[in-house]
Design a protein around this ligand. Structure first.
Ligand code: ZN
Length: 411
């Protein structure tokens, strides 16, 4: 998926704006002697931008439009160190809404839908992003924000919500709660739009079956508008993304070189028309691939695969490179276990050890099951983990993103 002439022109406009504003990246480009690009090869030589650099620009170093045009800021969660502050112009907010509206439309959601939004509102981009797009679409928004499951379920019944927007873990929690309370026949949901957390096929099936709804993965990150830059269509063959607003490349996370279409690597995003804080070649650390060819739905928009993990999730266990998604794939082959799991990596007696916690019902022989899972991991991935089987419900479930991989070696 080479960058087109139009996109190169848009990139040049952004480079000029950055340099003129003398913002954080304007300075970097000027120092690197970059003023414009003319070929795809030139473009691939532009320096990457990184989250750690964005933190250096705190608080408003990324601001590239004049102050009087900035209408809002958002911030990434900043669990370590300084948060990243992204300024938006009115046009940026509008563009984001247009993209998000497209996401809803791609998912077959219309202005007759009632959209219950459970991601959080505030500094981060989730709740308000879902809301902007829904209002542009003309749907009725039920702006719940996170938590308070009793109230969520009450409103879901009384307002007859037809669409739920949530993280995968919260969608699962709601699905389990609806089943437990036996209120399934009072729920009118038909679709779920699920935030860009990496989640397994098993969890997906579990939510889908318990609620009887279609599920759509929405992609996005605060640094690049927020959620809404891509979503899968009903054919479920990866996520369409909006290449009139963003340009996506896939690179080898180690060498930084572009990989051929179809090959797995790190998603790198360039914003093509963003004014408040344009980003050139931003490394997301999300792993995916470009899906070559056309989608059955006839959409002209290109596709990336669902997010397969994070480059920083890559674990080295006994000399073997492992991604959590590989473990997840093995676990999904065991019908006796639930969709929840936890991976803990520690350094014991001079050796890296992986423990995998899985859940099953009491009727299964725990010892036999753990042996079979360990064996399957060994044959597929090349090392033997310690597998601990527990009762269903023991592993933590959360309203936010559930942390499934815990690396105790660095604690
Ligand atoms: Zn499609």
């Amino acid at each position: 998926m080479k960058i087109s002439d139009i996109q190169i022109q848009q990139v040049n406009d952004r480079i000029s704006a950055l340099i003129e504003a003398d913002s954080f990246y304007g300075k970097k480009l000027r120092e690197a002697g970059v003023s414009s690009v003319s070929t795809p090869e030139d473009f691939e030589k532009l320096p990457f931008s990184e989250k750690k650099d964005l933190r250096e620009a705190y608080p408003l170093g990324l601001m590239t439009a004049p102050e009087e045009q900035i209408v809002r800021i958002h911030s990434s969660s900043g669990t370590t160190g300084l948060p990243v502050i992204i300024p938006y112009t009115a046009k940026d907010v509008d563009d984001w809404g247009i993209m998000f509206k497209r996401c809803y439309e791609t998912a077959g959601i219309t202005n007759m839908d009632r959209i219950q939004i459970t991601p959080g509102y505030g500094l981060w981009t989730a709740g308000i992003g879902f809301q902007n797009g829904a209002e542009k679409l003309g749907a009725m928004v039920i702006p719940m924000g996170p938590g308070n499951t009793d109230k969520q379920l009450q409103m879901m019944q009384d307002m007859k919500s037809t669409v739920i927007c949530a993280t995968s873990s919260y969608a699962l929690l709601l699905a389990e709660e609806i089943k437990k309370r036996g209120i399934g026949d009072k729920i009118c949901l038909r679709k779920g739009v699920i935030g860009s957390e990496r989640w397994g096929e098993k969890m997906r099936e579990s939510i889908k079956n318990q609620l009887g709804i279609e599920l759509y993965d929405i992609y996005g990150l605060t640094e690049i508008y927020g959620p809404g830059i891509g979503i899968n269509c009903k054919y479920d063959t990866g996520m369409h993304y909006w290449d009139d607003y963003i340009y996506i490349e896939i690179i080898d996370p180690v060498t930084g070189k572009n990989v051929p279409d179809g090959e797995m690597g790190e998603i790198v995003i360039t914003t093509l028309v963003k004014e408040g804080a344009p980003l050139i070649r931003y490394r997301t650390h999300d792993l995916s691939r470009i899906i070559p060819g056309e989608c059955e739905c006839g959409s002209r928009f290109p596709r990336i695969d669902v997010i397969m993990g994070r480059t920083d999730d890559m674990m080295k266990i006994k000399g073997v490179n492992v991604f959590p998604s590989q473990i997840e794939e093995v676990l999904s082959e065991f019908s006796e276990i639930s969709s929840e799991y936890q991976i803990r990596i520690s350094h014991l007696d001079g050796k890296d050890t992986m423990r995998i916690y899985v859940e099953t019902s009491g009727s299964v022989d725990f010892l036999d099951l753990s042996g079979r899972i360990a064996e399957r991991v060994k044959s597929r991935i090349g090392f033997t983990p310690l597998v601990k089987v527990v009762e269903v419900g023991v592993l933590p479930r959360s309203e936010k993103k559930t942390k499934r991989v815990i690396d105790e070696r660095f604690d």
